[in-house]
Write a protein that binds this ligand. Structure first.
Ligand code: ADP
Length: 350
């Protein structure tokens, strides 16, 4: 019983405003897909369309090869965990976990075993008789996860499940979720987050959303190394986005000629060159950029240099710098041709 999720041109509108615009996306069976984007970009709406809490204005949602667009939530075979835990305060942990099983009319004799199994998976067996108010935030979220797992869902929907936890708990829970996924390799997981660390750590692939649209989708490594849009480049990791003019075999950045792959982009076009700050080195080399230090930030293991080159600030994260260069000092930066990505011609640099 393995089944993925498919969004087939799904649109959702509230009062005439489109908040999800023709989303096409497939989550493969057993895959973890993160929906990553800023607040208000439509991530939760997409997840709720899979859960059945939002009715699309157009398009279809499929789980496996079943069209579930018109099905009520409880018939979709999904488990869902939201940010605020949403446990029943008057029910003990075990009753909270049993809740979905009872609602789905699971045979009575099966329920205790399924509850125990879910509590086991989330490390909450010892807390079965407690009330939610007797648990920490992290423990409550484990119960919420146990409740979602108890129904043995084909699809697990997680909506910012860690954002109510403090930083230390969050990284522990992130590791827990990765372990759960290894234990349940057949379950497809859709994971909504605005936090790139969560998305990059947990997801097999990341779907980047902005303003109701899917902007980009790929493995974390793809999106980081080969972003397709300026939005992805700056939302997934840090980026220098340099306005350039395309030539043959390279680009012009102001007066400076740079050697980078320009495959398929017509000479003369305006484009944006993306270079990650940690791939920019200090000193002479290929693709040298000369400028003056405008600002320096010491970040423990690196120095972040802001260098004014032809009226643009270029960021370089430099390791093992013995001395902090003084403001105004003339320096040369460089980067390898392979470490730069040319983003679509005609993209504005605003
Ligand atoms: P995200 O999860 O990316 O933060 P949402 O999917 O929650 O974004 O919201 C997308 C847009 O839809 C936002 O502008 C939000 O205000 C709007 N929205 C969400 N739910 C409703 C609703 N029930 N009624 C009206 N507008 C809504």
């Amino acid at each position: 019983m393995t089944s993925g999720i498919r969004f087939d041109a799904v649109s959702v509108a509230y009062g005439g405003t489109t908040v999800l615009d023709r989303l096409d996306l497939t989550v493969e069976p057993g895959e973890v897909m993160a929906l990553l984007g800023p607040s208000g970009s439509g991530k939760t709406t997409a997840l709720r369309a899979v859960a059945g809490f939002v009715r699309p204005a157009a398009g279809r949602v499929l789980i496996g090869d079943r069209d579930v667009t018109g099905l009520p939530p409880y018939k979709r075979g999904i488990g869902m965990v939201v940010q605020q835990y949403a446990l029943f305060p008057h029910l003990r942990v075990e009753a909270n976990v049993a809740f979905g099983l009872k609602a789905r009319k699971t045979p009575k004799g099966e329920i205790p075993g399924r509850v125990a199994e879910a509590l086991e998976m989330t490390g909450m067996v010892a807390y079965a008789h407690r009330y939610p108010r007797e648990l920490s935030g992290g423990q409550q979220q484990r119960v919420a996860i146990a409740r979602a797992l108890a129904i043995r869902p084909e699809v697990l929907l997680l909506d910012e499940p860690l954002s109510a936890l403090d930083a230390r708990l969050r990284s522990g829970m992130l590791a827990e979720l990765a372990r759960l996924h290894r234990e349940l390799p057949e379950v497809s997981i859709l994971y909504v987050t605005h936090d790139q660390v969560e998305a990059l750590t947990l997801a097999d692939r990341v779907a980047v959303m902005d303003r109701a649209r899917l902007q980009d989708c790929g493995t974390p490594q793809d999106l980081y190394r080969r972003p397709r849009t300026e939005f992805t480049a700056s939302f997934v990791g840090n980026a220098n986005l340099l306005p350039v003019t395309v030539g043959t075999g390279g680009v012009a950045f102001g007066e400076t000629q740079l050697k980078v792959a320009t495959d398929g982009v017509a000479p003369g076009a305006g484009a944006t060159l993306c270079v990650r700050p940690h791939l920019v080195g200090l000193g002479d080399g290929p693709n040298a950029l000369r400028g003056r230090i405008a600002e320096v930030q010491w970040r423990g293991s690196t120095h972040r240099l802001y260098v004014e080159v032809d009226g643009h600030r270029v960021k370089a994260d430099v390791r093992e710098l013995r001395e902090t260069p003084p403001l105004g000092a003339e320096v040369t930066l460089h980067f390898a041709p392979d470490d730069a990505v040319l983003l679509g011609a005609g993209v504005s640099d605003g």
